[in-house]
Design a protein around this ligand. Structure first.
Ligand SMILES: *Cc1c(COP(=O)(O)O)cnc(C)c1O
Length: 317
């Protein structure tokens, strides 16, 4: 189960791993756009995404429940894989990260740096998940899922606590949605403490499985997804995250590919911070919303990892 208590506990749990990220302000943007946009800068977090919060909370809780665990494994190669590898390294635990055969070198390097064993397996996420289960079974490793686990969701929820402490008069919080773990944790915390704060999810137009599922009233699988926001390419919401989003999230906004890139550039221009495209969708939503002059909007910039070769393309140069 997930409740406010588990998020308080996660907040105490994760402090050797995750930092309290800053809230970034821009007076120039306020002057130019007429509303207070603030960024919760998880691009500056340890391993440069919020995933460290859920990964550390989950690994610590699982290790407490079964002392003497032999290692951890995940089928996720992006920011979650990096976070799992880092936490395992810090705890002196072996880790295995299952990646597609097509994984770019940058992703392999990002986890190898922490001593993780990289295993290449097939090209589909089903193949990787199956292999991850097999490793868990054969080697006694514990599987750490990227979003559909209450310990992971509680870890991500610590961002909600920090936002209410750092911006007590916040009106609107905008949050990227992939599988929905990040927004489930944040919205559970905020709606239980300050229900008048609006929590709004953001998805790319062509990777909108939560939006489709909420509108249909049931978990719905997309046939395909496509977006520059590669951390948000989830085909279906999680079975734990969907009900939480349904219960706590006010609405979901969709943003186009060009709006995401415009937001990334605006972020660099005004805040001197470099998000990855997945982290910029919440800025894109902030920039297209009609919030009213005195509203305080916080966009969660969820990460800052990308292959450096892509930067010129992002900047349009
Ligand atoms: C994982 C991730 C997301 C999506 O988080 P979910 O919990 O899957 O909704 C968003 N942005 C970045 C940078 C991520 O790594």
């Amino acid at each position: 189960m997930l409740n406010i208590q588990s998020i308080w506990e996660a907040d105490r749990n994760i402090r050797d791993f995750a930092m309290v990220t800053p809230i970034l302000h821009s007076e120039a943007l306020f002057r130019d756009l007429g509303f207070r946009l603030m960024l919760k800068a998880e691009n500056l977090q340890t391993t440069n995404s919020f995933k460290i919060r859920g990964a550390s909370n989950c690994i610590l809780n699982r290790a407490k429940a079964s002392p003497g665990i032999k290692g951890v494994v995940t089928a996720s190669s992006g920011n979650h894989g990096q976070a799992v590898a880092y936490v395992a390294w810090k705890l002196g635990l072996p880790s295995a990260i299952i990646m597609p055969e097509t994984a770019p070198k940058a992703k392999v390097d990002a986890v190898s740096r922490w001593g993780a064993r990289v295993e290449f397996c097939g090209t589909t996420s089903q193949q990787r998940l199956a292999r991850s289960k097999q490793v868990a079974l054969e080697e006694g490793y514990i599987e750490i899922p990227p979003y559909d686990h209450y310990d992971v969701i509680a870890g991500q929820g610590t961002i909600g606590k920090e936002i209410l402490e750092q911006v007590p008069d916040v009106d609107i919080v905008l949050v990227p949605i992939g599988g929905g773990g990040l927004i489930s944790g944040i919205s559970t915390f905020i709606k239980n403490i300050k229900p008048q704060v609006q929590v709004i999810g953001v998805e790319p137009e062509n990777s909108n499985s939560m939006w489709v599922s909420i509108n249909k009233g049931e978990i719905t699988q997309l046939e395909r997804t496509a977006s520059i926001a590669d951390g948000l390419l989830t085909l279906r919401p999680g079975s734990l995250t969907f009900p939480l989003v349904k219960k706590y999230v006010d609405r979901i906004m969709l943003v186009s590919e060009s709006e995401i890139l415009d937001a990334l550039r605006t972020c660099i221009q005004y805040f001197k911070a470099v998000p990855e495209p997945s982290g910029a969708v919440s800025i894109a939503a902030a920039l297209k919303g009609n919030w009213g002059k005195d509203k305080k909007v916080v966009s969660v910039v969820s990460g800052g990892n990308f292959d450096m070769d892509k930067l010129p393309g992002f900047l349009g140069v």
